[in-house]
Design a protein around this ligand. Sequence first.
Ligand code: NDP
Length: 343
Amino acid sequence: TRVLLTGGSGFIAAHTLDILLKHGHSVVTTVRTQEKADKIKADYKDAAAKGNLDFAIVPDIAQEGAFDKAVVSDPPFEAVVHTASPFHFNVTDVKKDLLDPAVIGTTGILKSIKKSAPSVKRVVITSSFAALVNPSKGNWPGHEYSEEDWNPITLEEAHENAASGYRASKTFAEKAAWDFLEKEKPNFTVATINPPLVFGPIIHAIDNLDSLNTSNQRIAAAAQGKWKDEIAATGVYLWVDVRNVAEAHVAAFEKPEAANKRFFTVAGYFTNRDIVDIIGKNFPQYKELPSASTPGGDYPKGGIEKGLYKYNNKRTIDVLGLKYKSLEESIVDAVKSFQPKGL
Ligand code: NDP
């Protein structure tokens, strides 16, 4: 299949690209600069030489019409996988830094496809657990999160802080996609992938750990001794490995039955203390890890059974065929991948 992948320089997108090429798809990926394209190309020389990997430069997805050129290709695209969206909390202006690239990025690519790429049959969009979760309910014992849930966040709440801004950006962007489908009745169907915290090895280019992607930062922080005196609060207790998330993005267009569905890709529960314990067990060289008596990083009172929401990932197993990786494999592989970057 001829596929357009947006944001190819990112953590999740790099793994998605890897699987796309392994499955024999022919890919154009968008990146912001030629330099980023060259770095990816160096990792996939054979695919590039065969014409199975090419690049389109899209410097800012928040600009109207940003994807007008990128959606046009010869041979024409049959599928689009849209992952590009800001995930960080260094925010000065929630609208400009988070909401606009997420929402305009999503509606923009859908408009460009409708206008100029009628051969596209499926658009897979990286949404998030952020678009399902209801933060006002806290740990919500008794509730089971599934694809039925929607974050009720308002535009006003989006501006309260960077975390709310991020969750709102994902919620509004996904809503905008489903609204587009309903109002514009395009030729394509949509599938969204809604992962919670994504952990695992990095295969995208970063110079050093200062530019590590947001969801992996806590793993590096633990190994770097930053939690020696107190383990940071876990916050979201659900996680998934990046390789499963990437697989889900590819299966979501390879499988016709994924049409017009959301997919809550979640592997299981974790706490920050579990991350510490896994690092301690597998990497004795990190000497500044918290100990069993260090405070913080535990499950809420009542534990998983009585103190925390449930989750339902059945659809991702039944429709996408996912086999979830274990937390230990994910954390160990993540740490190994950080070591050449200075861990
Ligand atoms: P990364 O930060 O590694 O990837 C984000 C990607 O989006 C990068 O390629 C980045 O390009 C690109 N991007 C951001 N803003 C713009 C912009 N204005 N114009 C062009 N490109 C832009 O993080 P992830 O891989 O984790 O995130 C990928 C997707 O997954 C996002 O949609 C995120 O919301 C979603 N997600 C991630 C989760 C996680 O735990 N990691 C959980 C749930 C969802 P550049 O690097 O050049 O800035």
